[in-house]
Design a protein around this ligand. Sequence first.
Ligand code: FPP
Length: 251
Amino acid sequence: MKPPKSAGERERKLWLEIDENNIPSHVAIIMDGNGRWAKKRGLSRIKGHKAGAKAIENALDSALHLGVKVITVYAFSTENWVRPEYEVSVLMTLLFQFLKLQKKKLLDKDIKLSIIGDRSKLPLFVNREIDNVLEETKNNNSLIFNIALNYGGRAEIINAVKGIIEKGLKKEDISEEVFSKFLYTKDLPDPDLLIRTSGEIRVSNFLLWQIAYAELYFTDVLWPDFDTIEMLKAIIEYQKRERRFGGTGGI
Ligand code: FPP
């Protein structure tokens, strides 16, 4: 694939290795390691989250150039509320600032915002900004930037079951396809690639239903250090995998 003009020598080489006919449509990311990144530098965890927010911007740019259609980031899980109150409130404020500051860039770059998770517990100022950016970017087409907020895979499945009961669907109406339509991700394709940074080899309740056939990529790199080079390495690794979706791959 043709490298962007801004690419340095090492990055250029990686871009040239990318097969533009085999780009994952949906890349999901568990952004882990902000705290450790900060600790290594003698900084507060908050600084780590700030650096993490910057890394998201970079991931969006790489995704755009690659032609990825959806990028989902795990920003706040249903379990994250147990973090110290101060850290939770900083994460919410960072999210608010991120959306406010990125709005113009999302519009310029034709990126559409999407949110999955239970928004009812989020602070009002965050929900207001989300609604605003959802509305402003709703007609954008180049990339969907999907943020998982107060998201848990099990909670999502339970929520889908409740939705199905509420609608009064019958046993014989239920299929995988119908069930998928009750998930937060009803309008999105399943992820082709799931990336987790910081050396933890777990899926941590993220997109449990949707990652059934995703390729999993784990790296020791801490999220704030996950730059374009790291994204390209993940895509190159993905392109080496043979996806069978339960079939034999023709053997
Ligand atoms: C994991 O690092 C990261 C998170 C819990 C949240 C990710 C948040 C951001 C990237 C910043 C704000 C988000 C947006 C959308 C602007 P950790 O704290 O678990 O790190 P550690 O495991 O090293 O302690």
